[in-house]
Design a protein around this ligand. Structure first.
Ligand SMILES: Nc1ncnc2c1ncn2[C@@H]1O[C@H](COP(=O)(O)OP(=O)(O)OP(=O)(O)O)[C@@H](O)[C@H]1O
Ligand SMILES: [Mg+2]
Length: 498
């Protein structure tokens, strides 16, 4: 065995994130680590990477006991980690991002020429193509993920930890990434990969360890299991399959006519978008991210002003309205990037829950704290949000639990119009079912929902109507009953305009 973790326990105050966890890794193996949100996956890997000290337990590498006090120690022992959220410098080039901290220097300056040739060589050696001179901020997320991996390879990693590496990637990028992982494993590198997408697990892993509530509930060979068994091991029950009820949509709630946003390039980022979402309807926008979806949501929510076109919410012109005015006119928003727009990391769970609800909970200038806590406690229950207490800082929630908190807070508005952007990113299969159920309920109750998701299965499952965006335009539209996955995929890839 290359690596062995034995009896690992980690407590944060009263919260036990890992309980006597045993975990092992063979050389050349791809080992998937799965489990519900808050099960302790990231914590276990942060311990292995020297970011956290275990309360109890031991780690041995090649039979030698190890004790890391920082990631630098882990790196020195050939262990690298790519985090749940990218940690690259957007204004630096690919080469700079890869060599940073161990850059070749000449007379005290970074030797750019050597950095570039080193990275080009690395990229060739591992069959992961990148242009070392490109600035990270201009690269697709798929390329950024590749850079993260090249960076740990450049650090000399033999064991590579990937924490939810496919969350933001397109299907093609996922395929390429998993192929690279398999190829690197064949050449002797060992991987630990965390993901909520069980099909990916089946595609890439040799072995699978399942965590639930901090404990190992199973360690199996991939060849001897399947997606259903895995999800049972994870959530401890079978999942139901939700069905959308027949329903005739009502009045238009959101209307866009000829919305155009010029952007800085030669082509407009939004090109004459016509779109309406009616009461009691979910309209799904499918498309590979980066085709104008983010800008569309910025325009609707007031963060960007369109150059042409009309925009109405509940019949009222909101083209020149502020973000706040648009919210008051009836918009709630589950944002695509939860860390940038969704939460105040330093604030508590209760205070994050209050955000956007202050008016309702203020009397004579005072906040009715008890009522707020009652509301947030209700969400914790309904969405099974795993948190130490309501006074836990938001930054101490696991990724998926933070997402659930934001979804609950935005649904609480019961606003006539809801934007749900990547609503289930990073959540486990059980929580996905809960969120899907809540979105359908909002629609059944007469809400208008605009769903933007890069998961085609999610769009197909929830939407009454599906639109496909490509290069800033709507290139296809279909009713859910008539939707075919093949046709939508073709539109997504820039196939014929309808
Ligand atoms: N620094 C911390 N302080 C307090 N509690 C913490 C801290 N870090 C993690 N936790 C708690 O430990 C538990 C496990 O969290 P962890 O991030 O390991 O979960 P996870 O399995 O990675 O979940 P997800 O799938 O949502 O990413 C959670 O309940 C979390 O709130
Ligand atoms: Mg995690």
């Amino acid at each position: 065995m290359l690596l062995q973790m034995k009896g690992i326990t980690k407590a944060y105050g009263g919260v036990i994130a890992n309980k006597h966890v045993d975990f092992s890794l063979k050389k050349g193996e791809v080992h998937a680590l799965v489990g519900e949100n808050g099960a302790g996956k990231t914590t276990l890997m942060r311990i292995l990477y020297g970011m956290e000290t275990p309360t109890d337990g031991s780690i041995t590498l090649n039979g030698k006991p190890l004790q890391f006090s920082s990631p630098a120690d882990a790196i020195a022992n050939g262990i690298g980690m790519v985090h749940q959220h990218f940690m690259l410098y957007p204004s630096f080039t690919i080469a700079e991002n890869i060599v940073i901290g161990r850059e070749p220097r000449r007379f005290g300056f970074i030797n750019q020429f050597r950095a570039i040739s080193e990275v080009a060589e690395l990229s060739r050696q591992y069959g992961m193509p990148v242009d070392p001179r490109r600035v990270i901020g201009d690269c697709s997320l798929g390329v950024q993920q590749r850079v993260e991996i090249l960076k740990v390879l450049h650090q000399g990693a033999e064991i590579i930890i990937l924490d939810e590496p496919t969350g933001v990637l397109t299907p093609l990028e996922v395929k390429e990434l998993l192929e690279s992982v398999r190829r690197l494993a064949r050449s002797g590198k060992s991987f630990i990969i965390i993901t909520h997408k069980l099909q990916e697990v089946m595609d890439v892993a040799d072995r699978i360890t399942v965590l639930r509530d901090g404990e190992v509930t199973g360690a199996v060979d991939a060849s001897g299991t399947n997606v259903d068994e895995l999800s049972r091991l994870m959530v401890g029950r079978d999942l139901v399959n939700l069905q959308r009820k027949e329903q005739t949509p009502g009045q238009p709630i959101l209307e866009l006519e000829g919305i155009t946003l010029a952007g800085s390039g030669s082509k407009p980022v939004l090109d004459h978008i016509n779109l309406s979402v009616h009461a009691g309807e979910i309209v799904g926008i499918a498309g590979i991210s980066g085709n104008g979806q983010s800008e569309l949501l910025q325009v609707i929510s007031g963060l960007a002003k369109p150059d042409a076109g009309a925009l109405r919410l509940q019949g009222k012109d909101i083209k020149d309205a502020s973000v706040r005015q648009i919210r008051e006119q009836g918009l709630a928003h589950i944002p695509e990037d939860r860390y940038q727009w969704g939460v105040a990391k330093e604030a508590t769970v209760a205070d994050n829950g209050l955000m956007g609800h202050t008016d309702r909970y203020t009397k004579y200038g005072l906040i009715k704290g008890g009522k707020v806590r009652e509301m947030v406690r209700g969400w914790v229950e309904r969405f099974s949000i795993k948190t130490g207490s309501l006074d836990t800082k938001a930054q101490h929630l696991s990724g998926g639990n933070l997402q659930k908190l934001i979804v609950a807070r935005e649904l609480e508005h019961r606003s006539p119009f809801l934007i749900a952007a990547e609503p289930t990113r990073g959540v486990d299969v059980g929580a996905m079912e809960v969120i899907h159920g809540e979105l359908l309920k909002r629609r059944d109750d007469g809400g208008a929902v605009l769903l933007v998701s890069s998961e085609l299965t999610e769009v197909l499952k929830l939407s009454d109507r599906i639109l496909v965006m490509y290069e800033g335009r709507i290139v296809g539209e279909t009713r859910a009953e008539e939707a075919s996955e093949e046709r939508i995929s073709l539109w997504m890839a820039g196939g014929k305009r309808q």
